[in-house]
Design a protein around this ligand. Structure first.
Ligand code: KPL
Length: 300
């Protein structure tokens, strides 16, 4: 069997990440792309690689063969409903890989589909859509790990499958630890860039950020410790500042969502910190203030 003859990889969500992966996988393995309007879309677009070279990507339709694996690449608030729309037709052993930002949506899906092999991914690939073209802005690494017990023995197979893309894919048996670290960084950068409407680097030194970031990190660290995750507020704050410096020119995903009038992922970032803290009897007033401030920007 050549790789072209195998069952398709179903990608749910045709945003920048969904299209980046579809573009990298489709030369090697059949890809089915599910958009908001079609479960098996037929689309063409230009993918500009990191060197700036454009290439045409053509995907679908792929027919109704059961997929070999499912990549859920919608925004976090849409992920569970988008996956549920396909779940009845999915054989129980098909691996499901969740690419959402923040926390909460992955755990809700893993709980709902607890008997299925469900994985979480955390990626540092950079991609955005500009005038209909998908721009691969920066190469990164995609870390993958199991969220359910049936996922654990399939980790190696799923990694080998995703490596057909040529993108860097690595395993992380403690993927939830990685998601917590990413949550801390997102909670410390994203709402500030959205409220101040500025690139990541410009939050540093701004009074709105400087007056709050210490307390944001203390609240996140307290929640992490209560959840059995080692964390110290100064370390988290240093990480936030480091990522803001290294991605200084980036427009964060939350700022982009607000500017485009899309729902933001605030409920899976600072909003998650508030809800999860309450479960442990902890208050997280600064994360609540930021959640409210972002919701006022965009009535989502
Ligand atoms: O993950 C990000 C995001 O924009 O959501 C950061 C790390 C803040 C980079 O922009």
């Amino acid at each position: 069997m050549t790789d072209k003859e195998r069952s398709p990889i179903l990608i749910i969500g045709a945003g920048a990440m969904g299209r980046l992966w579809a573009g990298h996988l489709s030369p090697h393995v059949p890809v089915r792309l599910a958009t908001r309007t079609s479960p098996d879309a037929s689309i063409q677009y230009t993918l500009v690689d990191v060197e700036g070279a454009p290439e045409l990507v053509e995907v679908g339709p792929s027919g109704d063969t059961a997929p070999e694996c499912v990549l859920v690449m919608t925004k976090a608030p849409d992920a569970e409903a988008a996956l549920a729309a396909f779940a009845n037709a999915l054989p129980p052993a098909v691996p499901i890989i969740l690419f959402q930002n923040g926390m909460g949506s992955q755990q809700a899906i893993a709980a709902r589909f607890a008997l299925r092999p469900v994985f979480a991914a955390s990626t540092t690939e950079g991609a955005y859509i500009d005038d209909g073209r998908v721009i691969h802005a920066g190469r990164g690494t995609t870390w993958l790990g199991p969220l359910t017990s049936t996922a654990t023995p399939r980790l190696g197979t799923v990694i080998a499958l995703l490596r057909l893309s040529g993108l860097d894919v690595e395993s992380d048996p403690d993927i939830e630890g990685r998601l917590w670290q990413k949550l801390a960084v997102n909670a410390g950068i994203n709402p500030f860039t959205a409220v101040l409407d500025c690139p990541n680097g410009e939050i540093l030194g701004h009074p709105y950020f400087e007056e709050r970031i210490g307390r944001v990190c203390r609240e996140v660290a307290a929640l992490m410790q209560a959840s059995g995750r080692p964390a110290e507020a100064p370390g988290l704050e240093a990480q936030v500042r480091d990522v803001a410096r290294r991605t200084a020119a980036n427009s964060s995903s939350m700022r982009q969502d607000v500017r485009a009038g899309r729902a933001t992922e605030i409920d899976m970032m600072n909003g998650f910190v508030v809800r999860a803290s309450a479960i442990h009897g902890l208050d997280a007033p600064v994360n609540r203030e930021l959640t409210d401030a972002v919701k006022l920007l965009k009535q989502d």
